[in-house]
Design a protein around this ligand. Structure first.
Ligand code: HEC
Length: 236
């Protein structure tokens, strides 16, 4: 293999790695807990149903986020106007139903209650969730939201298998009671789909473009390889 071919192969491999690194999901266990017999068990991650082409799911996720999460958590890198545009929701509807913490559509998603004050209530400030699904991984967030259980020893009567002794109350408790297991998982799936979109709105486009870039580079390799062979054929 001469230098140019090596360079091109490296370029292709580099691009392929960059493409897959961005899409890699956190694998393995999402948490450890001690079961009733005192044995330490690992909690496998559930796979979050991420699909940015499903606008209905993203829209429902936005509704869930604004109704159940924005009271405590901010998403300070996301503007309401961007939600309207990308999720194809008419701005009037965003203003009417989704802007629970502000009246300016150009504003970012702020928490309804100051996180500093909340820290003194809960013992931990609710973190900003704009980039949460990139920080922890979609599957972690999805598994976390599905893993609350009753625990009378905790201040809010609930604990979490993924984040032991979480300071966050089980805010989806009533929803979970009202729905079947599958329905609840769909709702939470939509919410996490929205959170993944918040963390990287261009993710889907990046993957599609990345795929075509790799195909382009592979096709380009053929003429470049032949040309290279032609240039070097007389020089030994
Ligand atoms: C009543 C206030 C409150 C509401 C409402 C709330 N949270 Fe939280 N949340 C918290 C607090 C407090 C923490 C910090 C937990 C800790 O560190 O123990 C937290 C932590 C989290 C974490 C873990 C962050 C990390 O990386 O450690 C995630 C994810 C999360 N919340 C998602 C949500 C989602 C999604 C919703 C909406 C369904 C929501 N929260 C609603 C208070 C709230």
């Amino acid at each position: 293999m001469n230098t140019l071919t090596k360079y091109l192969t490296g370029l292709g491999l580099g691009a392929a790695l960059t493409l897959t690194a961005g899409t890699a999901m956190a694998e393995g266990a999402c948490g450890t807990f001690t079961n009733a017999d005192g044995v330490v068990e690992h909690l496998a991650c559930s796979t979050a149903p991420i699909d940015f082409t499903n606008k209905g799911s993203l829209q429902n996720g936005a509704k869930m986020f604004m109704n159940y999460c924005a009271g405590c958590h901010s998403a300070k890198y996301v503007r309401h106007s961007r939600i309207a545009k990308d999720l194809e929701i008419p701005p009037e509807l965003v203003e009417k139903y989704l802007m629970v913490t502000t009246d300016q559509i150009g504003d970012h998603i702020n928490a309804e209650i100051d996180p500093e004050i909340q820290a003194s209530w809960f013992g931990a400030a609710p973190p900003d969730l704009s980039l949460e699904s990139r920080l922890r991984g979609d599957d972690w967030v999805y598994t976390y939201l599905l893993s609350f259980y009753e625990d009378p020893s905790r201040p809010w009567g609930a604990n979490n298998l993924v984040l032991a002794n979480a300071a966050m109350p089980h805010v989806l408790h009533n929803l979970q009671e009202d729905l079947s297991k599958e329905e609840f998982e769909t709702e939470v799936g939509d919410l996490v789909n929205f959170m993944a979109w918040m963390a990287e709105p261009v993710r889907h486009d990046r993957q599609v473009i990345g795929f075509f870039v790799i195909i382009f580079l592979l096709v380009l390799l053929i003429p470049v390889y032949l040309l290279n062979k032609e240039f070097w054929k007389d020089i030994k």
